[in-house]
Write a protein that binds this ligand. Structure first.
Ligand SMILES: Cc1cc2nc3c(=O)[nH]c(=O)nc-3n(C[C@H](O)[C@H](O)[C@H](O)COP(=O)(O)O)c2cc1C
Length: 651
């Protein structure tokens, strides 16, 4: 028995397989498959990495059982095309090579297979089939699925499951949650049929039950079938926990594991509950799994916002669920399970729940992660290792996320590294997150990087300004400049007043007794600080020149943030600050009307400007000089960390 998290690392039997621990890598789909629905080698490496990190099971995301009607996103695995088999087989092999069981989620988008969905805009001109016909406010029409089509899709589930078993998968998951096909049939709001597939819960569940039987037919007795279902739709008139408890009792003899999720992929306010945002409690949906576990004897898995081994252990130890599933936590750190088991929890890179992973999936199609530079580059990291390598003396200037990552990468590659920071502490911009509970994982990330800096044997010099003479005296072979950015100070009368604080000095702001706060700048940082100040009971007004708040945020985080802004702040958009006075802030709106907002504290969050000075001064002071992060182009933590990792990897 493992001394660390003994319940989490206890094996469990599911159908005819034994899971080595209670951690399942929850289904995550990728969007950079081939257009004909095959996984690429790079996709395989992504899943393999998760397996290597120690999860018992790694689950592929939504894989479509009938492409013509069911594909809800632009690129998904086409389980009805036999040509997909080789890539499925290679993926199952990759996961098993990594030491995990391979699982795949069988899905169909229902009506979203024919109308626009998040990341499914290329599919919108297909014919949409749902449980009942409807005209959507968007002008799109959904056709009622015929009984013939229902039986045809049941056969598709059978064939898809058979192909996955042939490909070598150890399990299959049937997706009945998140607003897709079976969830639509289960919902009395969406399903208004009067035949044997509508009306009572028994009728609404009939399609799902037939599909589960067909899948069992295909895979045979004992082969583990996992069902992903909601524990609550959180939609008025739709399925509630009470209904799902009944459903769980109906399906338990047909499946080997029930995974309880909630909400909907396609409704903005619910998306951030299905994938709990940083404003939600950790494990906020676990109670749904716990309620279902009470009434069934088949094992139950929970999911949603579980990001620490402590929480995962507590869930298993207290019997709320038998298994925890994690998606984003295992993107942030695929080695979470191995580190937890080995007593190295302090080194687990925390998930920020910042939604950059999903944002990149649906915009540029390649998954990435703010805190894990390897995600999206797994195959490159695996195969392209620069050789030969000679030991070099490297000086890194700047102890923010990019500089720390650069120092760690360089030292781990055998170089002799010194990291200089002008402040008396490391962390740079990440330190502002220290006092903000919903941003705290960002501060924890800084602490983890700092620990890794020390473990890697980097010499750290704090309180040290670096100039040309310092570099000339040290004579490094390589100089890495990660001097970051400085706050933009707009030319506003009174901006230098004593009641004005730049956002990066957040510890000074939060310590002030003032109650009335104006935030100048409604970008992401200004909005997040405004929300937190509002949460502490202050009266907060955000003033933004542009026409909306947080336009620089990714769309998923913005959905969650807007709800908090509405709760905790007031705002003026399209409004310019013209003067800061002792009484507050004078603004002008687009109609040129003057507005006075009273404030005892003014927070300046007008953006950051690249601090190019040091690079311009030192660009030729060593044989190799690399600027990374914000010092040449202001970006996000994601870019700084990636540059610190990849540029330095080549040295
Ligand atoms: C990048 C990404 C892709 C996802 N793809 C799928 C998917 O294909 N099918 C699915 O059922 N859930 C999918 N999910 C949802 C997760 O399985 C999980 O239910 C959700 O993220 C909440 O868990 P977490 O808080 O541990 O991330 C995805 C989540 C992420 C972050």
């Amino acid at each position: 028995m493992s001394n660390n998290y003994p319940n989490l690392f206890k094996p469990i039997r599911i159908g005819n397989v034994t899971l080595k621990n209670r951690i399942i890598s929850a289904p995550t789909g990728l969007m950079d498959l081939t257009p004909d629905g095959r996984l690429t080698r790079s996709n395989m490496s992504y899943y393999e990495l998760k397996a290597r990190g120690g999860a018992a099971v790694v689950t592929l995301g939504e894989s479509i059982t009938h492409t013509e009607t069911g594909e809800s996103h632009n690129r998904q695995i086409h389980l009805d095309d036999p040509n997909v088999l080789p890539s499925l087989t290679h993926t199952a092999m990759a996961i098993q090579r990594g030491g995990a069981l391979a699982n795949i989620e069988l899905s169909h988008g229902g009506k979203y297979g024919g109308i626009k969905s998040i990341a499914g805009e290329l599919k919108e001109d297909r014919i949409a089939y749902g449980p009942s016909s409807e005209d959507l406010p968007t002008g799109e029409h959904v056709h009622e699925m015929s009984v013939e089509m229902i039986y045809k899709l049941v056969d598709c589930y059978r064939d898809a499951a058979a192909m996955c078993k042939t490909a070598g998968f150890d399990m299959v998951m049937v997706h009945a949650a998140h607003g897709w096909l079976f969830n639509q049939f289960l919902s009395p709001v969406e399903n208004r049929r009067t035949d044997e597939f509508g009306g009572s819960l028994e009728n609404r569940a009939r399609f799902l039950m037939l599909a589960l039987d067909a899948v069992r037919d295909a895979v045979g007795p004992g082969f583990p079938i996992e069902l992903r279902m909601n524990g609550d739709d959180f939609i008025e008139g739709a399925m509630t926990l009470t209904d799902y408890v009944e459903l769980a009792k109906m399906v338990e003899h047909k499946v080997d594991l029930i995974n309880v999720s909630c909400g909907s992929h396609e409704k903005d306010d619910l998306f951030v509950r299905t994938h709990p945002s940083m404003f939600h409690e950790y494990g906020c949906n676990v109670y749904l799994a716990a309620a279902i576990k009470e009434v069934v004897s088949v094992p139950v898995a929970c999911v949603g916002g579980i990001t620490t081994p402590e929480l995962a252990e507590e869930i298993i130890a207290t019997g709320k669920a038998d298994i925890v599933e994690m998606a984003r936590a295992l993107i942030a750190d695929p080695y979470f399970p191995k580190k937890a088991k080995a007593g190295l929890s302090e080194d687990i890179t925390p998930c920020l729940r910042c939604f950059e992973c999903l944002h990149h999936l649906v915009t540029d199609t390649v998954i990435r992660c703010t805190v894990n530079p390897v995600i999206g580059h797994e195959i490159d990291v695996k195969y392209f290792k620069p050789e030969p390598r000679t030991q070099k003396r490297i000086l890194v200037v700047g102890g923010g996320p990019g500089g720390m990552q650069a120092a760690i990468t360089a030292a781990n590659n055998g170089h002799i590294v010194t990291l200089c920071e002008k402040d008396h502490y490391l962390g740079g911009v990440l330190n502002f997150a220290k006092n903000i509970p919903f941003k705290h994982p960002l501060f924890e990330f800084a602490q983890i990087l700092e620990r890794r800096v020390h473990t890697a044997g980097v010499k750290v010099v704090t309180g040290q300004e670096v100039d040309r003479s310092y570099v000339e005296a040290m004579k490094p072979d390589v100089l890495i400049i990660a001097s970051g950015a400085k706050p933009t100070i707009p030319p506003i009368t009174g901006i230098e007043s004593e009641n004005v604080f730049v956002a990066t000095d957040y510890d000074k702001i939060i310590d002030r007794p003032g109650q009335k706060v104006v935030v100048i700048g409604g970008g992401l940082i200004g909005c997040e600080l405004g929300v937190h100040l509002g949460m502490t009971g202050r009266d907060v007004t955000i003033v933004e020149m542009r026409d909306c708040l947080a336009p620089d945020s990714n769309s998923f985080h913005r959905m969650a943030l807007m709800a908090e802004l509405n709760k905790y702040t007031k705002s003026y958009v399209g409004t310019q600050v013209v003067e800061v006075t002792e009484d507050g802030v004078v603004c002008k709106n687009k109609e040129d009307e003057e507005i006075l907002i009273h404030a005892d504290t003014v927070v300046l969050a007008a953006g950051m400007t690249a601090d190019t000075g040091l690079y311009e001064m030192l660009y030729d002071s060593a044989p190799e000089v690399y600027p990374i992060g914000d010092c040449t182009k202001v970006g996000q933590v994601l870019q700084a960390v990636q540059q610190g990792y990849f540029i330095v990897r080549e040295i």
